[in-house]
Ligand binder design. Structure first.
Ligand SMILES: Cc1cc2nc3c(=O)[nH]c(=O)nc-3n(C[C@H](O)[C@H](O)[C@H](O)COP(=O)(O)OP(=O)(O)OC[C@H]3O[C@@H](n4cnc5c(N)ncnc54)[C@H](O)[C@@H]3O)c2cc1C
Length: 389
């Protein structure tokens, strides 16, 4: 039962870490209390966005991750037997629009900062935006097109990353809830106790999404990850009238907000199956998953401001999950400052699918002592901005 590395959590982040570590020659065991993509990775959307990231370390991680996503399907086609569902990776492009006078200048300023960081962010006139999306509200006051924004199907992606990890020698143990650290002679973590027995390893990687705070506590560490609820509306099948990811400029403010109260913004897209996905809300209310009709109403109202034809749409389903939120809005990737042998790869909030591959690459480099592609300091669990929390 000994491995070089244990990964706790079989969501997108844990799956990507397992694949990267196994690819570096480590023996890896993935432990999950439930199963593949059973947590937030199966309860959100699969946007791979650069358009919503402020200039800084998260944007750099997103850009590196997008490069890796771009080549992943080809790599998997070489590695995996036929029959594994495709990632449904598509570089669809994102269109961000403001529909108020107050919203226009901040959107254009934000895009200018991103261009300075190397992002392809193209301001459009209202007429150009309507060329891209003919059913858009013509009263749009500003619009920016991001051709690099892409998407995957997050459950397929998680399953495929796990299948690839297994093809590289990793094993997965499902229904194994981590409940404690193994008693050890030294102050180094030597393994974990689970509901399916004990597992030892040289390195334990915590990738338990919104549950990472509580799992860290049972391993003797402190990590201020909190759940941040989000819901998405799904319409019945409609004629295909939305061609990109289209979202209102409020979205960036909602992502960056620290408020525990309800924040909503609209992120709208048609799916291949003919439904329209309309996300989303942000709210800190623990793991309370009761349906919040205020959130549903606000999301719907904002979506109809962007696409007035949606006022006639029927909502077939509302689903949601809990984003793994950290108070300084950056994931933790690196060694725990207090518990030797414990590593973190979590706290990606609403971008864990998009950031999974860059996270896994950075974590692999740190665990194996390779020179990292990205500057790791901003993501270090020991950083000062987390200390107060
Ligand atoms: C409504 C909504 C929309 C979203 N849209 C997007 C988007 O468009 N793009 C994007 O990039 N991100 C999006 N996200 C965020 C994204 O889904 C998350 O950041 C990401 O799924 C986190 O992945 P993870 O692997 O860290 O965690 P999870 O997927 O939650 O996986 C954690 C795993 O840990 C396991 N676990 C928990 N406790 C234990 C334990 N004690 N022992 C063993 N296993 C344990 C769980 O069973 C789970 O399988 C969205 C989230 C929501 C809620």
């Amino acid at each position: 039962m000994h491995s070089d590395a244990i990964v706790i959590g079989a969501g997108a982040v844990g799956a990507a870490c397992a694949r990267a570590l196994a690819g570096a020659g480590l023996t890896v065991t993935v432990l999950d209390a439930s199963g593949a993509a059973a947590g937030t990775s199966g309860q959100g959307e699969g946007n791979l966005l650069v358009s919503d990231k402020l200039r800084g370390p998260e944007l750099s991680l997103a850009m590196r991750s997008l490069e890796l996503w771009d080549g992943l399907q080809r790599e998997l086609d070489d590695e995996l037997p036929p029959g594994i569902p495709p990632l449904e990776y598509e570089r669809k492009g994102g269109l961000v629009v403001a529909t108020t006078d107050d919203g226009a200048a901040p959107l254009l300023d934000f895009a200018a900062q991103q261009r300075a960081a190397g992002i392809d962010a193209r301001p459009l006139t209202a007429a150009e935006a309507l060329d891209l999306e003919p059913d858009l509200n013509p009263a749009v006051t500003a619009a920016v097109f991001y051709p690099e924004d892409a998407q995957v199907q997050p459950v397929n992606a998680t399953e495929a990353l796990l299948a690839s990890a297994r093809a590289r020698g990793a094993r997965t143990v499902f229904g194994a809830r981590v409940i404690a650290a193994l008693p050890a002679a030294s102050d180094r973590l030597t393994g974990v106790r689970t509901t399916r027995g004990d597992f030892t390893a040289d390195h334990v990687i915590l990738a338990a999404g919104p549950w990472s705070g509580e799992v860290a506590a049972c391993l003797g560490a402190s990590l201020p990850v909190r759940p941040r609820r989000g819901v998405v509306l799904v319409t019945t099948r409609m004629p295909h009238r939305i061609f990109h990811k289209v979202y209102d400029a409020d979205y960036v403010a909602a992502v960056e907000s620290d408020a525990a109260s309800l924040q909503t913004s609209s992120v709208i897209e048609s799916t291949a199956g003919g439904t329209v996905l309309v996300g989303s809300s942000r709210q800190q209310r623990g793991f309370d998953d009761a349906l919040d009709l205020t959130a549903v109403r606000e999301i719907a109202e904002k979506a109809t401001r962007v696409f007035p034809f949606l006022a006639g749409a029927s909502v077939m389903r509302v689903y949601g999950g809990f984003r793994p939120f950290l108070p300084d809005h950056l994931p933790v990737i690196g060694p725990d400052p207090a518990v030797a042998g414990l590593w973190h790869a979590t706290g990606h909030e609403g971008a864990g699918i998009g950031l999974a591959l860059g996270t896994a690459e950075l974590l692999r480099d740190l665990v194996t002592g390779r020179a990292p592609q990205l500057e790791p300091g901003a993501f270090a669990p020991s950083r000062g901005t987390l200390a107060a929390a």
